[in-house]
Design a protein around this ligand. Structure first.
Ligand code: ADP
Ligand code: MG
Length: 349
């Protein structure tokens, strides 16, 4: 559907380098990366804004659109900044976009009513856009963008600056758009946002696309340390492997593992906090069981997070339903078991 091939863009000191992306028809694809990684420039390049500074190609439904200006691309771009016309009402903003394609008043009216119903804007149509909240602005921007009948919509940080209740509502709108068959390319700096919306996602860093995968695979099998950090992992350790069956973390903690990858002697290791088993009582049997003390307890989106000192500090995520955080006492002796599947070897970046 959308295919970006070997796209490079040079703007002042910044460069996007050799970007390749394929977004399938009807797919919800999220481009994620920290601030300054080049996400907005990439989205704007796909829309045709930097076409004179670009090399590489952009194809939409098989047609090469690399040399077409934004207006002719059938791409709906919602910029990171609010680009509504401030002197017009909500109704006039949407109508403006409808009239670019439709010249019959009756059709404009019926399309406006459809979009207004879809994005719950009926009570806002008469309002000046300068009086809208962040979430309302995004809904009007979505309606105005769909009014131009695009083949794909590109959304630049659509949930940033929107409060949490409005965020849930907007996410529902985005999922409904996705279910209706629309192809969506969404940009965000927030991994959790990507995780909750994407069919597939790519992570960007310093103008390059590092890796593309389904969100769960990105989190469970991060391709390198940068991606692991971006996904929220915290347990990174330098380790030494012995005979493919022992791994010593930070010269302190010895794990028994069966893993052919452990033939290399020095490795960078990630331990998935979600996969560590936790117990307040000493387990009677098993390998890789360590006694530790709780240093900190707090709630995180994935569950209850404990920081436990087992000779090295290690984060452990437990099922929130098991107990209340205050029942996990700081300085109390507890046990953890590190199963083989929690341990991953990663490349360093
Ligand atoms: P992101 O959207 O990932 O936060 P941007 O794509 O906005 O990042 O910008 C990436 C980098 O390029 C930033 O360092 C930014 O300052 C720089 N930049 C953005 N636009 C331009 C431009 N028109 N000319 C030169 N540099 C730019
Ligand atoms: Mg940006």
């Amino acid at each position: 559907m959308l295919e970006v091939k070997n796209l490079s863009v040079h703007l002042g000191d910044f460069a996007l380098r050799d970007i390749n992306i394929k977004v399938e028809k009807g797919e919800y694809f999220v481009l994620a990366g920290p601030s300054g990684s080049g996400k907005s420039i990439l989205l704007e390049s796909i829309a045709g804004i930097y076409r004179h500074q670009c090399s590489g190609t952009v194809h939409l439904d098989g047609a090469d659109i690399s040399h077409e200006p934004l207006r002719q691309r059938r791409i709906g771009l919602v910029f990171q900044d609010n680009t509504l016309f401030p002197h017009l009402t909500v109704r006039r903003n949407i109508e403006f976009s409808l009239r670019l394609n439709i010249n019959n008043d009756r059709d404009v009216k019926s399309k406006l009513s459809e979009l207004s119903g879809r994005f719950l804007l009926d009570d806002l149509l008469h309002r000046s856009v300068t009086t809208l909240s962040g979430g309302e602005i995004q809904r009007v921007l979505l309606a105005r963008t769909l009014a131009s009948d695009p083949k794909i919509i590109l959304l630049d940080e659509p949930l940033t600056g929107v409060d949490s209740l409005q965020k849930d509502l907007l996410k529902r709108h985005l999922r409904a758009l996705h279910r209706s068959g629309l192809t969506i390319l969404h940009v965000t700096h927030d991994f959790d946002e990507a995780y909750s919306l994407a069919d597939r996602m790519a992570v960007m860093h310093q103008g390059r696309l590092l890796h593309t995968a389904a969100p769960e695979a990105m989190l469970s099998r991060p391709a390198d340390k940068f991606i692991a950090r971006f996904c929220g992992h915290k347990n990174f350790f330098q380790a030494q492997a012995f005979n493919g069956e022992r791994l010593v973390l930070e010269n302190k903690i010895e794990l028994k593992l069966k893993n052919d990858l452990l033939r290399q002697s020095l490795v960078s290791t990630l331990i998935d906090a979600r996969k560590i088993n936790y117990s307040k009582l000493k387990p009677s049997t098993g390998d890789n069981i360590f006694e530790g003390k709780i240093l900190d307890v707090f709630r995180s989106p994935l569950g209850q997070e404990l920081l436990i000192d087992i000779g090295i500090p290690i984060s452990v995520i437990i099922d929130e339903s098991l107990s209340h955080p205050s029942s996990q006492q700081i300085d109390k002796a507890v046990w953890i078991e590190i199963p083989q599947e929690a341990v991953k070897l990663i490349n360093r970046v």
